[in-house]
Design a protein around this ligand. Structure first.
Ligand code: FEO
Length: 168
């Protein structure tokens, strides 16, 4: 059984994962209308992953006797400046999510909820991967800058990341 504090904290995380999915969906759409197929595929896949992160939490909360809530979300931006700025936003977003997961883990220890603590370890590991992936992409785009030919190659590179990503 979840305590009220844990249920509330997990519901907040459900909202964060849902809004992450929305942000990446908007990035996918923005990349797609500019013809960057690789970047948009990557963002569509990433948006799906965030939805999966959200669903996993929804199921867990309900299985443990709580009530998972679906919240209103703020619309994400429709445009992201340059791809460099967009991937910086993605990286910063993932760092923020990691810190929220850490806070959650901290709460489970304070509440002595070891089942939820154990469940959250999957998210801890996932955030390490997500941050590393975002950092790799950011390093690539920082090398390229705003060079058109470079961006074309970058788009192809990112497309490969989608096909190589392990199913979760
Ligand atoms: Fe679900 Fe990218 O954090």
């Amino acid at each position: 059984m979840l305590t009220e504090t844990i249920e509330k904290a997990l519901n907040e995380q459900i909202k964060i994962e849902a809004s992450s999915s929305q942000v990446y969906l908007s990035m996918a759409s923005w990349a797609e209308i500019q013809g960057f197929e690789g970047v948009s595929s990557f963002m569509y896949a990433h948006s799906d992953e965030e939805r999966m992160h959200m669903l996993k939490l929804v199921k867990f909360v309900n299985e443990r006797g709580g009530h998972a809530r679906v919240s209103t979300l703020e619309a994400p931006p429709a445009k992201f400046g340059s791809f460099k700025e967009m991937f910086q936003t993605l990286f910063d977003h993932e760092v923020m999510v990691s810190s929220k997961i850490n806070d959650l883990v901290d709460i489970t220890l304070k509440e002595k909820d070891y089942a939820t603590h154990n469940f959250l370890q999957w998210y801890v590991a996932e955030q390490i991967e997500e941050e590393a992936l975002a950092r790799t992409i950011l390093d690539k785009i920082n090398l390229i800058g705003d060079d058109k030919g470079g961006l074309y190659l970058f788009d192809n590179d990112v497309k490969l990341l989608v096909t190589n990503e392990e199913p979760v």
